[in-house]
Design a binder for this molecule. Structure first.
Ligand SMILES: Cc1ncc(COP(=O)(O)O)c(C=O)c1O
Length: 403
């Protein structure tokens, strides 16, 4: 056996997307300790950059050390207790996974179904909110990767708030590709992934929890069933917590009214910069990559990144339509970063075409998922993959292979 040297490919599937060399180089820097002061500073920068990407001031914003599915589980295991009712919108594969998460956390899922290829219907959601006044949470997928549909997160969050429900939002495919406005929309808990529009290798899941979600977490009657994803524990690493001895020191000190200046200073600095304690060994080099990817997003600017995704989508759409493809999703709800096209009737072996694209053109596109397997292709324009050059290569390769 020898070292592994994969052939470089153009990644135009549903993720992972192309990873810029700058990010790969960041990953190759020396590994340092997960409690090294330099690493703690990097963690703080990652949190600040994620707040920029999510457009939020929520302080509990950080990457879970595992892929997007772990971000999903983090939201459900922390916010759902046995017996809780959760309204889950299902319009594709990832909505069905949310249902599974609710059930496994001991909750009762009230499912609002929409056809695959359609966005979540706010009217249906409103009716269910009326008929289930005890529902605690509304969960939905902002950008359904299995179909390429964008749902109206702003309206859905407003409905949930009007009915006193928390929101859990899947932004795995939306973050960095289309606006995700956590504060403006009043999202309570949100999760994403690194391997889509952030163009960072897979393996981390940025999350953000607002004050209403934290209050629910703090009021839990039962312990979170997952030790690894229990936010009350992970927080001690990402935000810091007073150690027991510090707490005792402070509490007993507070009982005494006499206090020296130095004691007071010690207390103040402990509050501002609380000690981080070991929870798990963070994937250090993956964090370097996320930091670099987020820096690149901030340098480009959110609006410019969204505009780039949209322009590339329009260029791809025009070329695909000229080749005779039709889109699964209505124009009004199409995700620029994930283009789901119906496979033309003349194509008898769609897998053979994808294989030829991969082997002859070094270009990956995605197969249909779930109910759309064999019927659709998913062409991703995520993060660095959203370039005019990639669109032209993809159109050229498809033209050649379709004959
Ligand atoms: C919308 C959505 N949610 C969740 C996930 C799960 O993320 P991961 O595969 O990183 O675990 C994905 C992955 O494609 C996704 O597209």
């Amino acid at each position: 056996m020898n070292s592994f040297h994969p052939i470089s490919k153009i990644l135009m599937g549903p993720g992972p997307s192309d990873v810029p060399v700058r990010i790969l180089e960041a990953m190759a820097r020396p590994t340092i300790g997960h409690l090294d002061p330099q690493f703690i500073d990097l963690m703080d920068e990652i949190k600040a950059l994620l707040r920029y990407a999510f457009q939020t001031e929520y302080t509990l914003t950080f990457p879970v050390s595992a892929p997007g599915s772990a971000g999903m589980e983090t939201c459900f295991v922390n916010l759902v207790e046995p017996g809780d009712s959760v309204i889950v919108c299902v319009n594709g594969v990832f909505g069905t996974r949310m249902v599974e998460n609710v059930t496994r956390a001991g909750g009762k899922a009230i499912v609002v179904n929409d056809e695959w290829g359609q966005p979540v219907d706010p009217q249906k959601v409103e009716e269910v909110l009326h008929t289930h006044p005890k529902a605690k949470t509304l969960a939905f997928v902002h950008a359904e990767t299995s179909t390429g549909v964008l749902s109206d997160a702003k309206t859905l969050c407003a409905l949930a708030q009007a009915h006193g429900c928390l929101t859990i939002v899947d932004a795995v495919t939306s973050l960095g590709g289309v606006p995700v406005k956590v504060d403006e929309w009043g999202v309570d808990a949100i999760y994403s992934g690194t391997q889509k529009c952030l163009s960072v290798p897979p393996g981390l899941s940025p999350i953000s929890f607002g004050p209403r979600a934290i209050a629910v977490l703090e009021a839990r009657k039962t312990p979170v069933q997952s030790w690894f994803l229990d936010l009350s524990l992970v927080m001690n690493y990402w935000q810091g917590a007073r150690s027991n001895s510090e707490r005792q020191h402070r509490d007993s000190a507070e009982e005494k009214s006499a206090r020296s200046n130095s004691e007071r200073q010690h207390r103040d600095s402990a509050t501002k910069n609380p000690a981080r304690s070991y929870h798990h060994t963070a994937p250090i080099n993956a964090m370097y990559a996320l930091h670099e990817g987020l820096l690149m997003l901030r340098e480009e600017g959110l609006d410019a990144a969204f505009a780039r995704h949209q322009t590339c989508h329009e260029h791809l759409r025009d070329g695909l339509e000229a080749l005779g493809f039709s889109f699964l999703v209505d124009k009004a709800y199409r995700l620029p970063q994930l283009n789901t096209v119906c496979i033309p009737t003349g194509v008898s072996d769609e897998a053979a075409i994808r294989k030829a694209l991969l082997e002859k053109h070094n270009l990956e596109i995605g197969a249909g998922l779930g109910a759309l397997a064999g019927k659709a292709w998913r062409i991703g324009l995520m993060g660095a993959s959203a370039s005019r050059g990639n669109v032209d290569k993809c159109l050229g390769a498809l033209k050649e292979e379709l004959g």
